[in-house]
Ligand binder design. Structure first.
Ligand SMILES: *Cc1c(COP(=O)(O)O)cnc(C)c1O
Length: 445
C-alpha cells in the first residue's frame, strides 16, 4: 500500500518542527501518544479510501491535530478579555496583578531568594516578616499573618480560638460566599459550635448579650459580601460589637472578605469599613482575601492584636496553610504599591470620565453595535448593591456568537441581555481594544 508508506514515522515527526516544540510544552510522552493516535486515525481513513491530494492535506494537518488533542487533554490557562463589567470575577481569576509587579517578580522567581534568611546575620528568619510589617503599617494593626486564602484564614482563626467551644454570630451573617464556602460549614470544619443570634433582618446588642455563656470563646462578624438586607433591618456596628466582646473578655473576629485594607478611591466602597477602620474600631482579628479589592495574588490576610496573631502563628495548622514564595513575593510588591498610593489595575479600569462613553461609541461604530446604558459591578463580594453606572456595547447577535467569542482568540467573555450580546469595556484594558475588536469581528462573521 503506497499510501500507507507516505505517512511519516512518529519518531521523525517528533524530531521536527513544529512537533518538536510541542514536546517542549507538553512532554515527549504525551506528544508521542497523541501523534500515534492521529496517525492511526489517518490509517483508518486510508483503509476506507482517500485520494492522494486529500492525503497530502491530512499529512500537513498532523501537527495542528496533535496540538489540538494535547490542548484538549490539558488546556493551558489563557489570557481572557473580561467584558462582563464585573471587575473582580472569581471565574476569571479575580484581580489582575499590576504589570510592573509581574515584571519585577521575574528576577526573584527564576533564582533563589532570601525567603527565610536574614542576609546580614546569615540566620534564619520568618518568611512572612516583610508582608506582615507592610500590613501592619497599612492597617495600623499590631500584627499580621498571611495564609493561602481567606477561607484558610477563617479556619485557622476559628480552630485556634474556638475549637470545641461556642462562636456567636448574627443570623443575618450566615452567608454563602460561593458554592463551596458557607459560614456554618467553615465553623463546623474548625470544630467550633455555632450559636446563632437575632433574626435574618434584625440583630441587636441584647441578642448577643443573651448568648454569652461560659463556653463562649469568640464573637464573629461576617461582611454580607454578595447581598444586602434592606428595609426593616438593624445590625450592630463593629465598634459597639467590639466594646461588647471586650466587656465579656471575648475576642471579636471580623471577616471583612474583600481585602479593602485602607480608605478606597472607588465610590462604590465609600461606606465599606476597611481593615484600618475595623482595627480602629477595636476588632481583635480582621481577615480578608488578597485577590479581591486588595489587588494581589490569592491569599488570606489576617491582621489584629499581637497576642491573637501569635497564637495563630504557633498553630500547627498555620504550617499547612502558609503560602509559598510566589504568593509572598507578589503580595509584597502589591502592598508596596498600596504604601506608595500607586493605582491598582482595577482602579484604572473604572475611572469614570467622558472618555469611556466615547470609547464604547467608537467600538459600536466599528462593529455595528450600539452604545447603551449599563451597570458594572465591583464583584468579588464587595459592594453588591452599588451599580457603577455607565455605557456598554450592545450587539444584535445570536446566542451562539457569545460561545464563539469565548472560544476565539483572544477569548472574550461578555453577557447576554434581552437577546443582545453586551460587552462592557470598563473591565477591558484600553490597550486590548484592538484585539477585542478583531475577536468580535471574527465571531460575528
Ligand atoms: C470572598 C470572601 C470569602 C472567601 O475568601 P477566599 O479568599 O475566596 O477564600 C470569605 N468571606 C467573605 C466575607 C468573602 O467576601
Amino acid at each position: 500500500m503506497s499510501q500507507l508508506r507516505r505517512l511519516p514515522a512518529t519518531g521523525r515527526l517528533l524530531q521536527e518542527s513544529p512537533l518538536a516544540e510541542l514536546t517542549g510544552l507538553y512532554g515527549r510522552q504525551a506528544t508521542r501518544v497523541q501523534t500515534a493516535r492521529v496517525l492511526d486515525a489517518l490509517r483508518g481513513e486510508i483503509a476506507t479510501g482517500i485520494d492522494d491530494e486529500e492525503l497530502e492535506d491530512r499529512i500537513r494537518g498532523i501537527p495542528e491535530l496533535v496540538r489540538a488533542a494535547l490542548e484538549a487533554e490539558a488546556p493551558p490557562l489563557r489570557r481572557v478579555l473580561n467584558a462582563t463589567g464585573i471587575f473582580l470575577h472569581t471565574n476569571l481569576g479575580r484581580a489582575p496583578l499590576p504589570r510592573p509587579v509581574v515584571d519585577d517578580l521575574r528576577d526573584r522567581l527564576d533564582a533563589y531568594c532570601d525567603l527565610e534568611m536574614d542576609l546580614g546575620s546569615g540566620r534564619r528568619t520568618d518568611r512572612s516578616l516583610r508582608v506582615e510589617s507592610l500590613l501592619v503599617t497599612l492597617t495600623g494593626a499590631e500584627a499580621a499573618l498571611v495564609v493561602n486564602n481567606n477561607a484558610a484564614a477563617l479556619v485557622l482563626a476559628l480552630s485556634t480560638q474556638a475549637c470545641g467551644r461556642e462562636v456567636i454570630l448574627s443570623r443575618s451573617e450566615l452567608v454563602e460566599i460561593g458554592g463551596s464556602f458557607r459560614i456554618p460549614d467553615i465553623l463546623r470544619a474548625s470544630g467550633a459550635r455555632l450559636v446563632e443570634v437575632g433574626t435574618t433582618n434584625r440583630t441587636r446588642l441584647a441578642d448577643y448579650e443573651r448568648a454569652v455563656r461560659p463556653a463562649t470563646s469568640l464573637v464573629l462578624k461576617v461582611f454580607a459580601s454578595n447581598f444586602r438586607i434592606r428595609g426593616f433591618a438593624e445590625q450592630v456596628p463593629a465598634t459597639r460589637l467590639a466594646d461588647f466582646a471586650h466587656r465579656h473578655d471575648l475576642p471579636l473576629l471580623v471577616d471583612e472578605g474583600s481585602g479593602v485594607i485602607g480608605p478606597h478611591a472607588a465610590p462604590a466602597l465609600r461606606r465599606h469599613e476597611s481593615f484600618r477602620d475595623l482595627i480602629e474600631a477595636g476588632c481583635d482579628l480582621v481577615c480578608g482575601s488578597g485577590d479581591k479589592v486588595l489587588g494581589g495574588p490569592q491569599a488570606g490576610v489576617i491582621v489584629g492584636r499581637r497576642s491573637f496573631v501569635d497564637q495563630l502563628r504557633k498553630s500547627p495548622l498555620y504550617r499547612a496553610l502558609r503560602p509559598g514564595r510566589l504568593v509572598l513575593t507578589a503580595l509584597d510588591a502589591v502592598l508596596r504599591r498600596h504604601l506608595a498610593a500607586q493605582r491598582m489595575p482595577i482602579e484604572a479600569l473604572w475611572d469614570e470620565t467622558g472618555e469611556s462613553r466615547r470609547r464604547v461609541e467608537r467600538m459600536a461604530a466599528r462593529l455595528g453595535g450600539r452604545a447603551i446604558r449599563g451597570d458594572a459591578y465591583l464583584g468579588g463580594g464587595a459592594a453588591p448593591d452599588q451599580a457603577i453606572k455607565g455605557w456598554v456595547l450592545a450587539l444584535d447577535a445570536p446566542a451562539k456568537t457569545a460561545a464563539r467569542l469565548r472560544t476565539g482568540e483572544p477569548p472574550v467573555v461578555g453577557y447576554q441581555r434581552r437577546g443582545r450580546l453586551i460587552l462592557d469595556l470598563r473591565t477591558v484594558d484600553p490597550a486590548d481594544d484592538e484585539a477585542l475588536a478583531m475577536a468580535v469581528g471574527q465571531a460575528l462573521r
